[in-house]
Design a protein around this ligand. Structure first.
Ligand code: GKR
Ligand code: MG
Length: 433
C-alpha cells in the first residue's frame, strides 16, 4: 500500500479515530417502474467518520449487502488518516475492495460501480469533516458557488394506492396513480408543495402509447414545464424508432429508452432529441465507448456511484470536453444525500437541467431538524447553512431507522419480487415493449 504523504499542517490536524456504518430502512411508497414496484422499505447506509477531537463527518449510500460488505472491508483501514487525505482514502478503499495495490490504474471499460460507490460514500464524509475544520460550507471547498440554488424536477411515478402487505404504517399521502388524470393530480400536488419547474415521468410501466398520452395530459396541464420520460431501458430499438416522431417538441430529453450502450448508439442514429442516461454510462470507463458511439447527450451524474463529489465535478469536465449536458440522477434517499447533491450542484457550471430527486416520496429523516432542513423554493434548494454538509445526525432517528432495517427483513432491493405479490407471473425481462 502506498504511504500517503503528509501535507503542510497535517500533523496538527486531528486524525480519523472511528468509522461507523449503520444500515437503515425507511418507508417507501408503492412506486411502479419497469422491473416491478417499490417495496415498503428502502435501504440506505449512514456513514459516520469521527476524528480524535469528536467531529463527525457524514455520508449516505446504498444499504444492500454488497455495499455494506465493501464499506466494512474499508472502514477500519481509514482510522489514522487525516480527513484531508482523500488520496490516502482512495488507495485504502481501492485496496480493501479489490485486494490490489492502487497505482492509478486505468478505469476498467466494464465499469467499477461498486468500488466507486464505496469510495464516494466515505469521500463525502471526509469532505464534510474538511468543511467543518475549515469552517466552510462544502460547496466552497469544491471551488465555490456558480449559482445560488440548485433546481430539482418533479419526479412522477405511476403507483398503487397501498402496499400489498400491510407494512404497519399508514398509506402515503399521494394515493393511486394509474391513469392520466391521477398522474396530472399527482403532479399538481407535487408542484404546489415544492414549486418544481420541470417534470420527469418514470415510465416502462404501461404500453408506451399510454404513457405518451400521460405526457400529453401533462403538457396540457403544465404548458410551460419541460418534460422528460424514463422507461429505464424498457423499450426495444424498434419501439423507440416508432415512438420517436411523437417526442418532437414534447420532451427536453429522452432518458434510457433502451437497455444497453450499443442500443443507445443505435437510437442516437435516428433520435431527434438528446438522449440521457443513468444506466448505460455509469462509470468513467464507459466514457470512451459512449463517445465513440455518440450514444448519449446528457449524463445524469450521481455522486453515489461515480465516486464522490470531486468525481462528479470531473465528470462535468468530461461533459464540456465531449459536449454532453450534465444533470443528476436519484434513487430513494434521505437528507445527507440531498445535502451532498445540492452542494456539488452549486459548483457545476454546466449543470444544464433540473436534477432528479426522490425526496418528495420520503417521509422520514435522519438529520437534526428533520425534513424542515430542506426548504424548496420554486423547485430549488440552497445547501443547508453551516460548515461542511450543514447537516447533523439525529441519533434517535438513526436508531429508529436502524431498528426498521433489522425488523423489515429486506437485505437487497427487489422490485420484481414485490410485484409478484400482485402479479404472480410477473417477469422483469427487458425490453418489455
Ligand atoms: O426509484 O424506481 C425507481 C427508479 O426507477 C430508480 O430506481 C432509477 O434508478 O430513478 C432512477 C432512474 O432515473 O433511472
Ligand atoms: Mg433514469
Amino acid at each position: 500500500m502506498q504511504e500517503s504523504v503528509s501535507t503542510a499542517g497535517a500533523s496538527r490536524r486531528p486524525r480519523i479515530s472511528d468509522v461507523r456504518v449503520t444500515p437503515i430502512a425507511f418507508r417507501d411508497p408503492p412506486l411502479l417502474n419497469v422491473v416491478g414496484v417499490h417495496e415498503p422499505w428502502a435501504l440506505r447506509s449512514i456513514i459516520e467518520v469521527e476524528t480524535e477531537d469528536g467531529r463527525i463527518g457524514l455520508g449516505e449510500s446504498y444499504g444492500d449487502l454488497e455495499t455494506l460488505a465493501n464499506l466494512a472491508a474499508a472502514q477500519t483501514r481509514l482510522v489514522g488518516l487525516d480527513p484531508y487525505d482523500t488520496n490516502g482514502l482512495l488507495s485504502r478503499v481501492y485496496e480493501s475492495v479489490t485486494g490490489i495495490e492502487f497505482t492509478g490504474q486505468k478505469f476498467p471499460s466494464a465499469g467499477d460501480k461498486a468500488l466507486a460507490s464505496a469510495f464516494g460514500a466515505f469521500e463525502v464524509a471526509f469532505l464534510d469533516l474538511q468543511g467543518q475544520i475549515a469552517g466552510l460550507p462544502l460547496y466552497q471547498l469544491l471551488g465555490g458557488a456558480v449559482r445560488e440554488r440548485v433546481a430539482y424536477s418533479a419526479y412522477l411515478f405511476y403507483k398503487f394506492g397501498r402496499h400489498k402487505d400491510d407494512p404497519g404504517y399508514p398509506a402515503d399521502e399521494w394515493g393511486e396513480a394509474l391513469d392520466h388524470p391521477q398522474i396530472v393530480e399527482q403532479t399538481r400536488k407535487m408542484i404546489d408543495a415544492y414549486g418544481f419547474g420541470s417534470i420527469k415521468l418514470k415510465a416502462g410501466v404501461f404500453e408506451p402509447d399510454f404513457e405518451i398520452e400521460s405526457l400529453r395530459a401533462l403538457r396540457r396541464a403544465f404548458p410551460n414545464h419541460p418534460l422528460r420520460i424514463d422507461p429505464n431501458g424498457g423499450w426495444s430499438v424498434d419501439t423507440t424508432r416508432r415512438l420517436m416522431p411523437q417526442f418532437d417538441g414534447l420532451l427536453e430529453y429522452l432518458e434510457d429508452p433502451v437497455n444497453s450502450l450499443d442500443e443507445m448508439g443505435e437510437v442516437a442514429s435516428f433520435s431527434t432529441l438528446p438522449l440521457a442516461t443513468n444506466m448505460v454510462t455509469v462509470a468513467f470507463g464507459h466514457i470512451p465507448k459512449t463517445v465513440r458511439l455518440g450514444a448519449v447527450q446528457v449524463i445524469l451524474s450521481d455522486h453515489h456511484y461515480w465516486g464522490g463529489l470531486r468525481a462528479t465535478q470531473a465528470l462535468a469536465h468530461y461533459g464540456r470536453v465531449f459536449d454532453m449536458g450534465i444533470s443528476m440522477h436519484s434513487n430513494s434517499h434521505l437528507g445527507i444525500s440531498l445535502a451532498a447533491m445540492t452542494h456539488v450542484g452549486m459548483t457545476i457550471p454546466n449543470l444544464a437541467y433540473a436534477c432528479d430527486t426522490h425526496y418528495p416520496w420520503q417521509v422520514e429523516e435522519v438529520v437534526v431538524g428533520g425534513r424542515d432542513v430542506f426548504k424548496f423554493e420554486a423547485g430549488s434548494l440552497a445547501p443547508p447553512p453551516g460548515p461542511g454538509l450543514g447537516v447533523r445526525l439525529d441519533r434517535s432517528a438513526l436508531a429508529a431507522l436502524h431498528r426498521q432495517y433489522l425488523d423489515c427483513g429486506i437485505r437487497k432491493r427487489d422490485d420484481a419480487k414485490e410485484m409478484r405479490k400482485y402479479k404472480p407471473d410477473w417477469s422483469s425481462v427487458r425490453p418489455r415493449f
